[in-house]
Design a protein around this ligand. Structure first.
Ligand code: ADP
Ligand code: PEP
Ligand code: MN
Length: 525
């Protein structure tokens, strides 16, 4: 179907100009002409997203429909909304486009062609169309001919819902409609909502095809060895997967099929707060023409100051994977050899790295402990302990135990080593201790991936029963056991026991847990 016919069938009437599949330069040009953003001195497009500078979980809904009702894990994460409310909002949203320009990007989600989904993005803003162009998988000229979308995402930040009439939580909404194969977004200009809502869609669809969807980054070594980095927002997926000695596959969302892993996306969405050339050279260099920046502070000459958090701590850069040298453009990799669970522990009590048994891996995957860091979600001003099953509960439409079981089977069948890495605090809790040095975390990750931590001596953590290596190249040995970094050892024990209690409380909510994993839960004190 032609794009115009498709727009008619979606109900669009009287739109001004339809800009279809523009190039990066054209989109940047439009965005600047429209006054949506400004170029920085490195050539990136910097936009200000206004009131919404992070994801807004309370504004995210799934239309409650008979065909999906029994599959969805309804609750605070997956909030139901009635079809009639969707219809009402949809009608107003489409009318809102009357007399306005719209931007279309057709692309793919899912690098493995067997599982990829054709998505049409319809944007009010050129800058957001640039975002999806860079973040999703760009089609070839040939693939664009007769492109028929399997899912459609419509995003209009300028359109606001009326919570009283529309039964939304606020003026902002992100609504997934599985039967209509559609996502609609309004009220918020934070572009992360577009990528994460398509992620949520895939997290429902792909398990039906035998693919485990994962909230993780991935890279691959010269020997074809794949490593996965699971972690909630801010734990270091993007930062640690950008490694000059390995090839980047993707920084955030992947699927694990019987044959290997594949990226869902074609771009990265990196945090920029306090970005430095020395610490994160690859990301620093990726911020150039074609990259879209969100809420970074720049002066009138376009010089940016990455340390300025006046709009948000969640400043971002969106760029295509090929802006990272050596990235795997096909977006695929072998069955993983190493899995790293990243946690940013704001209590400062978890070891910087520990090796997990398969049972411990399952336990920690189900627990998904980390701290929500400031900015990524609305209302979070300082780190807050959270248990987010699968290290990605906000994006999982089904019961987390379902994904955990799938991962368990994959881990059983693969020859894979699993580590838990604390990229958070050390020497004391947030406010007292310091964030783990990035160079140390990188050294530990490298040692784990290269197999150097297979044959070193380990000691067991007395409370969490985690196995801590006693040495690791590039890391002072004394920091490997967290109690050593705390001045007051009694305080350490107090905080560790408090966190252990939280682990226990959280895990008690799971039912039907296999006995060998229950044993792990019981061993923690
Ligand atoms: N030890 C560490 N390990 C990883 N990231 C760290 C560390 N210390 C500080 N950081 C900072 O924390 C942030 C991690 O964010 P990011 O990699 O974007 O996380 P994610 O991709 O998981 O959301 C970056 O801004 C990075 O510079
Ligand atoms: C984009 C997001 O994810 P991450 O911080 O994991 O990159 C987000 O949570 O809004
Ligand atoms: Mn990231």
């Amino acid at each position: 179907m032609l794009i115009n016919e498709n727009l008619n069938s979606l109900g669009f009437k009287g739109v001004k100009n339809i800009y279809k599949n523009l190039s990066v330069s054209e989109l940047v040009e439009r965005a600047v002409l429209n006054g949506e953003g400004k170029l920085t001195s490195s050539g990136a497009l910097n936009v200000n997203t206004g009131k919404y500078t992070g994801r807004s979980p309370e504004d995210r809904f799934i239309v409650d429909q008979r065909s999906i009702h029994n599959d969805i894990n309804w609750g605070k994460v997956n909030v139901p909304i009635a079809q009639e409310n969707f219809d009402l909002i949809y009608k107003k949203l489409i009318e809102y486009f009357q007399g306005k320009d719209l931007y279309i990007f057709d692309g793919f989600a899912g690098a493995d062609k067997r599982y990829s989904m054709k998505v049409r993005f319809i944007n009010e803003l050129a800058c957001q169309n640039l975002f999806v162009h860079q973040l999703f998988i760009r089609p070839t000229e040939e693939e664009l001919i007769n492109f028929s979308p399997e899912f459609t995402l419509i995003c209009a930040p300028g359109f606001k819902a009326d919570p009283v009439v529309d039964k939304t939580n606020s003026e902002a909404f992100v609504i997934i409609n599985f039967e209509k194969k559609m996502v609609i977004i309004g009220g918020t200009m934070y572009s992360g909502e577009m990528k994460k809502s398509i992620f949520s869609v895939l997290n429902y669809i792909l398990p039906q095809k035998g693919v485990l969807p994962m909230h993780c980054s991935a890279n691959i070594g010269i020997e074809g060895d794949t490593a996965l980095f699971f972690g909630l927002s801010g734990t270091g997926k993007t930062t640690l997967s950008a490694d000059p000695n390995r090839r980047l596959i993707g920084d955030d969302e992947h699927g694990w099929s019987d044959d290997g892993i594949f990226n869902f996306e074609g771009g990265c969405y990196a945090k920029c707060i306090n970005l430095s050339k020395d610490n994160e050279p690859q990301i620093w260099n990726a911020i150039k023409f074609g990259t879209m920046l969100e809420n970074v502070v720049a002066d009138k000459n376009g010089e940016v100051d990455y340390s300025d958090d006046r709009f948000t701590e969640n400043t971002r850069a969106a760029y295509p994977v090929d802006y990272i040298p050596g990235a795997v453009l096909e977006g695929t990799g072998s069955i993983p050899k190493t899995i790293l669970f990243l946690t940013a522990d704001a209590f400062g009590v978890l070891p910087p790295i520990s090796k997990l048994t398969k049972e411990q891996a399952m336990y920690h995957f189900m627990s998904g402990y980390t701290s929500k860091l400031a900015g990524t979600e609305r209302g979070i001003k300082e780190p807050q302990a959270t248990f987010s099953a699968c290290f990605g509960a906000p994006f999982m439409p089904m019961n987390p135990s379902f994904y955990a079981k799938m991962l368990g089977d994959k881990i059983e069948s693969a020859d894979v080593d699993v580590y838990l890495v604390n990229t958070g605090w050390a020497g004391g809790p947030y406010g007292v201790g310091k964030r783990m040095k990035l160079s140390y975390t990188r050294a530990m990750v490298t040692a784990a991936i290269n197999g150097e931590l297979k044959n070193v001596e380990y000691v067991e953590h007395p409370i969490f029963k985690l196995m801590m290596p006693v040495s690791c190249q590039g890391v002072p040995s004394e920091i490997l056991n967290p109690i050593n970094t705390w001045e007051n050892k009694d305080e350490y024990r107090k905080y560790a026991l408090e966190l252990a209690k939280k682990f226990k409380e959280n895990f008690s909510k799971f039912t039907d847990v296999p006995e060998n994993i229950q044993e792990i839960a019981a061993s923690i004190e």
